[in-house]
Design a protein around this ligand. Sequence first.
Ligand SMILES: Cc1ncc(COP(=O)(O)O)c(C=O)c1O
Length: 405
Amino acid sequence: MAQKKVSMHILCAQEEKRQEMTLDFIASENYIPASVRRLMGSVLAHKYAEGYPGRRYYPGCGIVDEVEQETQRRALDLFLLSARVWGVNVQPYSGSIANLAVYAALLKPGDTVLAPALAAGGHLSHGSKASFSSKIFSFISYGIDDAYRIDYHALRRLVLEHRPRLIISGASAYPFRIDFKKISALAKEVGAIHLADISHYAGLISAKQYPSPFVYADVVMSTTHKSLFGPRGAMLFFRKQYEAAIQKAVFPGLQGGPHMHTIAAIGEGLLYAKKHRSYYKQVMRNATRMAQQLSQKGIPIIGGGTQSHQVLVHTAAVGMRGDEAQELLEQMGILANRNMIASDMSPQNPSAIRLGTYAVTARGMKEREMDRIAESIATSIRTGVVSAGNIKTVATLCKKFPIHK
Ligand SMILES: Cc1ncc(COP(=O)(O)O)c(C=O)c1O
């Protein structure tokens, strides 16, 4: 049978159209500005630069040294960190690798780590059975209480019982404020290190819309693509005493040549984030509005609302599994992913969907648009069908609010 010829450029154009014509409520996704995309496709991708600025294993690295140093400066500047106290590594290829680098740097095989449970909003890289890290280190999960807030009392009991070497705070599906101060205090009680994984909240933190862990934590990890207008990548902030161990764990421990085009694009994204602080306020307003509207229309919200960019919608409470709701919403062009909640026994049978407002806010949408979208979501979840009117609403909004180019 003759193989069909496929053009990557045609596929990319099709994907661009798909993105234009859908409303992206996937809490971990966002759009990157054209200036960031240009750097991703730039000649910087040609350069090998193993090592760190001033200490490379290749010639011709003068300019990429400046690129990396400037991105480091912008990263520290965004969070108002003193370069005397904090350093940052901008080379990790992704958030999962950055978390692994922290474990590799600061733990010995078999060491105990306390981390948020997957079903309580934690990430796979926080020691899930499916993650390679769980084969090397001994992860113990902590959870949430009936109000869907971190159960700090239970966490303290676990800390005292297991005396972990590392405690992780931060999550992928936890809409509420995290008490980083409390977690650091617990870590101090047993001499543990505190890693805050702020991948989901970083932009909000930079704009003072969410509590900052920097005063308390020892190491802070963030991906760059969710809220910082960067390409896919990650940054590892560390207090100076951990510098040597973290740097060595990233390169040569886990990675080879840094992706200089990505690092330049991260730097550009960080500048954009700094210039657009008001965006994060609107992200919060949109999430709050979405939670209020859905709740008023009889769709329960896990934990009663939100204190961030994300909302966990308890679809099972109105008779629809999270995966069914995900499919239903996709039929009208709304993308939101299924999500387990703490009481769920299996990822195959999730009770919720997670809605995030980074991407729709980047398109310029505000409370008025959230009201219209919430109406469409609520009616289709309640009735189990998508109406022609719902589909039209989504298409109209997509056309009215194009993705920035
Ligand atoms: C809290 C958290 N940490 C780490 C990661 C991993 O990032 P990546 O997908 O870049 O490996 C994610 C990704 O969603 C995340 O939400």
